[in-house]
Design a protein around this ligand. Structure first.
Ligand SMILES: [Zn+2]
Length: 405
């Protein structure tokens, strides 16, 4: 058994966060057996981290691994030209398995350094590359193979038959660690989306896609699917909206669409840094909160410029400032436990509760006498990227140290 004596910030819900100035976390067999005020336990190896702060590992519920090398490079361009001009050519490179391997290894190294231990990842269309993304993964992850059978670049265009076949192969192999991943309605035929939904149901996989991010994108969907009342209805009629579906963005929508999301128990992932970078607009979180629709926050790298969830938490508070006051501990909840909840992992991970996996971050900062959980997080977030790059002293995953500064 090992014991960390340290300051602990532990989100319990959006409005509740535990804070132990002189706290202790006891770990046995990869799991947390105690988290609270400091006390002694027999037969334990004690690590004195009173000059550090511990928080749960981050959960990033929307991130594109193949865009890692160009993250943040083309900010300012809007969604559709950005995709076609910069992103699709970058994803086409994943046909080369050496490239896929090199980028995957760099990506995971960076994620661990930034404290992300739970994640929902996008791969590319390529079967072999997606296998590599699975095989190189050192953390808890769900991974998807992108589907594109219309309106795509030449290099990324698949036949409906092929996109379904590869998706089914991978779903069968990885089951609950796989996400059926139609890129978004414009690049997917209705037939491919219907088949995708069937595969997800058969193999009990997750489903992930994008929705209502940009106004030109929404106009395009209206033109392509004139029979349907809304973008959300396209996915609903394809049977893609389930309680294991995670939709990214959901910025511009009608009340009618929100009703469908609620009825189907679909989950939302909100990407504030990406929305700022591509000038997509502000997601009205107050409407989601009012309807009690579960959501988490995520990086959306490469539109989001950085894999650091501190960067996302800071942007999350800032983008909603005029509409809703969000506290630092609330933003930590959306970057950790809320993510685990929308993925159905809340019993295993997401915060530092007895019985959960010991997935935690030891931060290289010291709590001052009058500090609270909010002031500690606030001081970290005030700083920028260079500071976030160095704030994590150690990353602990399932009780094991997987990164040290
Ligand atoms: Zn995305």
């Amino acid at each position: 058994m090992i014991l960390y004596r340290t300051t602990i910030i532990n989100p319990i819900s959006a409005s509740k966060c535990q804070f132990f100035q002189d706290g202790a976390i006891l770990i046995k067999n990869k799991k947390i057996v105690y988290c609270g005020n400091y006390k002694k336990f027999p037969n334990t190896k004690i690590f004195d981290y009173r000059e550090k702060v511990i928080i749960p590992g981050f959960c990033d519920t929307h991130i594109h691994l193949p865009q890692f090398e160009v993250r943040g490079t083309f900010s300012g361009t809007k969604l559709l030209p950005w995709l076609k001009k910069y992103i699709w050519p970058e994803e086409a490179k994943f046909l080369n398995t050496n490239h896929a391997k090199k980028v995957s290894q760099k990506f995971y190294k960076d994620l661990i350094k930034n404290g992300t231990l739970n994640t929902l990842i996008w791969g590319t269309i390529h079967e072999k590359a997606v296998e590599i993304v699975f095989n190189t993964c050192p953390i808890r992850a769900i991974i998807g193979k992108v589907m594109m059978d219309q309106n795509s670049s030449k290099e990324l265009l698949e036949t409906t038959k092929k996109t379904i076949k590869i998706t089914e192969n991978l779903a069968k192999k990885y089951k609950q660690n796989f996400a059926v991943t139609p890129r978004f309605a414009p690049t997917c035929s209705f037939e491919s989306m219907k088949q995708a939904a069937k595969i997800a149901k058969k193999y009990k996989t997750y489903i992930q896609t994008h929705i209502n991010e940009n106004k030109d994108e929404i106009k395009w969907v209206k033109k392509l699917f004139p029979k349907f009342k809304s973008y959300t209805e396209v996915y609903q009629k394809a049977a893609l909206l389930t309680e294991k579906t995670i939709l990214a963005h959901m910025i511009h929508f009608t009340q009618e669409e929100l009703k469908i999301i609620k009825k189907t128990k679909t989950k939302i992932t909100h990407c504030p840094t990406s929305n700022i970078a591509l000038k997509s607009g502000r997601m009205p979180i107050e409407k989601l909160l009012q309807e009690k629709i579960p959501f988490a926050i995520s990086t959306d790298v490469g539109a989001g410029p950085d894999t650091s969830m501190f960067d996302v938490m800071k942007a999350f508070i800032k983008i909603h400032k005029k509409h809703k006051k969000i506290t630092p501990t609330e933003s930590l909840y959306y970057a950790t436990l809320a993510g685990a909840q929308i993925l159905g992992w809340q019993k295993q991970t997401g915060n530092l509760i007895k019985g959960k996996s010991a997935d935690l971050l030891i931060l290289d900062t010291k709590a001052q006498k009058n500090d609270t959980a909010n002031t500690i997080l606030q001081k970290i977030m005030q700083k920028g990227k260079n500071y976030y790059d160095n704030i994590i002293y150690k990353t602990i995953f399932q009780g094991k140290e997987i990164y040290k500064k």
